[in-house]
Design a protein around this ligand. Structure first.
Ligand SMILES: NC(=O)C1=CN([C@@H]2O[C@H](COP(=O)(O)OP(=O)(O)OC[C@H]3O[C@@H](n4cnc5c(N)ncnc54)[C@H](OP(=O)(O)O)[C@@H]3O)[C@@H](O)[C@H]2O)C=CC1
Ligand SMILES: O=C(CO)COP(=O)(O)O
Length: 336
């Protein structure tokens, strides 16, 4: 089923929870799509900055169009909302939804915009949302979309997924605007897995570049990484064609090829032996650890994810990881 393009009704009251780069960019995107936007940031300084028309900590150099109502009062942000976008990092989603729970309007869609798997539990973000807010239908928004690009209004395509395909199509139509094209999908798990795992390979891609392993190694790593992404996706019931789409292959292409990606930048610093402390959020770090554990527990062959997790926890070096990957038993390429 396809959405109704740009003809969907605008004028929803949308609450964006999270005042970081992506929350701010999505707030702008929702404003441009014709909605009334309230943005919850727990940090009053962020609220004050957004009121001044900027978010220098998370989106430096970008002037924010007037119209976003920022608040550090989550109750005020959620009051009367028709739809809620959750935009805290994956490892903070549980805490943020717990704070939101008492004030969450019943029955309104909750759109998960983070990319990751909960490190301690292995839970996908939709499972966390259902556990904490069982009365809100869950959707996910994902795909190749740097916050700065979306904030600047550059052309971007994403996918909005929900188990209920009519809900996904409705949200995609309502969120779409001139330079934000939202596809819809009923493969919620596929969209979540694609967005979460691409971050692990973006770290690996940065490390390959940082360690000067060459463009050929880069292409091999991304290609074989995508095989691992599909294997894990299959184990979760994701559809292969979803993983071939914006939230799998699309986001892999973007973040494995650009130092604009914070995950790539993290891997780059790792590969160059530079300090990692103080670098911006890299969601792939916790996700690598839990994805490696999931792969081991479910006996899924995921040598690159396992290597990234081991490099990140200091068990092996990049050189040792490369040597181990290159000397694995030979096999047919199509042995997915
Ligand atoms: N940036 C991007 O280009 C894109 C990011 N994403 C995804 O969006 C998610 C968020 O990323 P992004 O916005 O860039 O991250 P940032 O690091 O830019 O910002 C994170 C924000 O989350 C807030 N936060 C953290 N924990 C809580 C909490 N418990 N309650 C309320 N707010 C909280 C932080 O608040 P405080 O400042 O007070 O710490 C901060 O405002 C990630 O999963 C990322 O992968 C997806 C697509 C694009
Ligand atoms: O997910 C993103 C773009 O689609 C943002 O990637 P980073 O978090 O690596 O910057």
């Amino acid at each position: 089923m396809t959405g109704s393009g740009h003809k969907a009704p605008s004028g929803w009251r949308i609450a964006v929870l999270g005042g970081g780069a992506w929350g701010t960019a999505l707030a702008l995107a929702m404003l441009r799509a014709g909605h009334f936007v309230r943005l919850y940031a727990r940090d009053p300084e962020t609220v004050a900055a957004i009121d001044r028309g900027e978010n220098p900590r998370y989106l430096p150099g970008i002037a924010l169009q007037a119209g976003i109502v920022a608040t550090s009062d989550i109750e005020a942000a959620l009051d009367g909302a028709d739809c809620v976008l959750a935009v805290a990092p994956a490892q903070s989603l549980r805490a943020m939804l717990a704070t939101a729970k008492t004030h969450m309007p019943k029955g309104v869609p909750l759109v998960l915009c983070a990319k990751g798997i909960e490190r301690d539990t292995g839970a996908l973000l939709s499972a966390i949302a259902r556990e904490i807010l069982p009365e809100n239908p869950v959707a996910a928004l994902s795909g190749p979309s740097f916050a700065t690009d979306v904030a600047r209004g550059l052309p971007t395509a994403v996918v909005v997924a929900a188990r209920d395909e009519d809900l996904a199509a409705d949200l995609a139509a309502r969120f779409s605007a001139q330079n934000l094209r939202c596809y819809s999908s009923d493969d919620l798990i596929g969209v979540e897995i694609g967005g979460a795992l691409k971050n692990v390979f973006a770290i690996a891609a940065g490390a390959v570049t940082g360690a000067a392993l060459g463009a050929s190694a880069q292409a091999a790593m991304v290609t074989r990484g995508f095989v691992e992404l599909r294997r894990i996706g299959a184990a979760f019931g994701a559809r292969p064609e979803t993983l071939m789409g914006l939230s799998g292959l699309g986001d892999l292409l973007l973040t494995c090829s650009s130092a604009q990606s914070r995950n790539f930048a993290y891997g780059l610093a790792l590969g160059q032996g530079k300090p990692l402390a103080g670098l911006p959020l890299a969601e792939g770090v916790p996700t690598a650890a839990i994805a490696a554990r999931i792969a081991a527990e479910r006996k899924i062959d995921a040598p690159i994810i396992t290597a990234v997790a081991a490099i990140l926890d200091g068990t092996i070096t990049i050189r040792q990881a490369v040597a181990a990957l290159m000397t694995r038993p030979l096999k047919t390429e199509t042995d997915v």
